[in-house]
Design a protein around this ligand. Structure first.
Ligand code: ADP
Length: 264
């Protein structure tokens, strides 16, 4: 007689169940963290959008009031409108850029390029840039650094621009800014932007790449304007190129931002 087939329940080891629940727990925590960050970011963005809009609205209302306005009043109000509109443009452009970089369905235009000529050409271009005219610029990349890195050139230029403009923004006239390149271990290239500027406090460093964080405005130079998203953009781009970015800094001494990328 044919024996009856018996249903065999799949065996799940206890250990596997524990591992699975741990993974589930971790994924859930990560999701909660991301939701919290997103909520904080939305609240920060609405605040950042509202502040310039309020200033523009007040200037427009003032101009509309009409009576007894002098030419100086017009110039003063137009300057406010101009400056605050620029703030809004910067913020909206950076927000859009960050969302695009973080959208993994959009592919980067990766190309294998020689590190030395790429950095040399970049440095050559910025030497003529008026943003750095009061700074001392140095290029510290050995010309035998003939290793290749896999980068999206336009996005890598954006990364270097963000780090270099920060170095200039957060330092006084006469400060030094160095673009440095060196091999770190057998298969990693470090590119650093080193400044002798105002530096960053030890408490702030762990948070500066976070888009929901802003260092106290009391420390931010008056002349500087920024969306506060520059370093988040740097981090997002570098991570999509399989690298990482770190910061070391001492208040009153200066900061070093280092990008590590695999050599290919
Ligand atoms: P933003 O410059 O628009 O505020 P970023 O994301 O580029 O935004 O930088 C975040 C913060 O990190 C800055 O507000 C500033 O306080 C600090 N920071 C960044 N780069 C430097 C630097 N080179 N030196 C000192 N502080 C810096």
């Amino acid at each position: 007689m044919k024996s009856k087939n018996k249903f065999k329940a799949p065996q799940i080891e206890n250990e596997t169940i524990e591992e699975l629940s741990l993974k589930l727990f971790e994924a859930n925590e990560q999701l909660k963290k991301e939701q919290k960050e997103r909520a904080e970011m939305l609240s920060n963005i609405s605040h950042d959008l509202r502040a310039p809009l309020t200033a523009i609205r007040s200037a427009v209302d003032f101009l509309r009031s009409g009576q007894g306005l002098t030419m100086d009043d017009y110039v003063f109000s137009l300057n406010i409108i101009d400056r605050r509109t620029k703030n809004l443009e910067d913020l909206i452009n950076d927000m859009y850029y960050l969302f695009c970089v973080e959208d993994t369905s959009k592919k980067l235009n990766l190309q294998k390029v020689e590190a030395f000529p790429f950095l040399e050409e970049y440095f050559f271009d910025i030497e003529a840039d008026s943003r750095y005219e009061t700074k001392k610029l140095f290029f510290d990349v050995p010309d035998n650094l003939n290793y290749r890195i896999d980068i999206d050139i336009q996005k890598m230029i954006r990364v270097l621009d963000n780090l270099m403009t920060n170095a200039a923004k957060y330092s006084d006239a006469g400060a030094s800014i160095t673009l440095k390149g060196e091999l770190s271990g057998p298969d990693c290239l470090n590119i650093s932007v080193i400044d002798t500027g105002i530096g960053i406090s030890g408490e702030a460093i762990p948070h500066i790449f976070n888009r929901t964080y802003t260092v106290s405005s009391s420390r931010t130079p008056d002349s500087s304007t920024g969306s506060g998203l520059g370093l988040s953009i740097v981090k997002a781009i570098i991570e999509r190129m399989n690298g990482e970015v770190t910061c070391e800094s001492t208040e009153g001494v200066g900061s070093t931002f280092t990008i590590s990328l695999p050599v290919v």
